[in-house]
Design a protein around this ligand. Structure first.
Ligand SMILES: [Zn+2]
Ligand SMILES: [Zn+2]
Length: 174
């Protein structure tokens, strides 16, 4: 007979005796509440807390990012590269604008791939409407199009580099 052995009860089920404890917060939990983790048994609250730290962005955040970045990038692509040399100043502004709206909408949660999703959306939304033009140039139609089209294509490339660079660095480090 060991008189010093106390009976402990589960934190969530006060009538269930248990000797199992969460190895993080130390509270008693029964086998139903225990979550097996690589570092031992933990209560569900500690498991959830751990996930919040490491995986802040949900897959929904990536969808939200795409839903925001695609139309914004599409509209910007219709305007900015046509501004001539102003593109050099307007490009980074587009990048900042998309990054800030994405961050607002996703509640500043960090996603490992948020910048990649946003960047892909920017590139797709900018280049997809240009596909007929690109095809034409690849087929040797550049001469017929004249220097003006090549120049505007140059501005589109400049715009993509500036807007994309700003967007990616904002969402990655900022
Ligand atoms: Zn715990
Ligand atoms: Zn329990």
């Amino acid at each position: 007979m060991n008189e010093t052995t106390e009976t402990h009860y589960c934190h969530y089920h006060p009538t269930t005796p248990t000797s199992l404890r969460c190895n993080k917060c130390g509270k008693y939990i029964c086998i139903k509440d225990a979550r097996r983790t690589p570092v031992g048994y933990r209560c569900k609250e500690c498991v959830r807390g751990q996930q919040d730290v490491f995986f802040t962005a949900t897959s929904l955040d990536y969808v939200i990012t795409a839903v925001i970045a695609l139309p914004m990038a599409f509209i910007a692509a219709q305007i900015v590269p046509r501004l001539g040399f102003i593109t050099i100043f307007a490009g980074p502004i587009v990048g900042i604008a998309i990054a800030e709206v994405v961050r607002l909408a996703t509640g500043k949660r960090r996603g490992r791939y948020t910048w990649l999703v946003a960047l892909a959306c920017l590139i797709v939304a900018t280049l997809l409407p240009l596909l007929p033009l690109v095809q034409l140039i690849l087929l040797g139609g550049a001469i017929e199009l004249g220097g003006g089209s090549l120049l505007s294509l140059g501005f589109i490339v400049i715009y993509l580099v500036l807007a994309g660079g700003t967007l990616a660095s904002r969402l990655r480090f900022g």
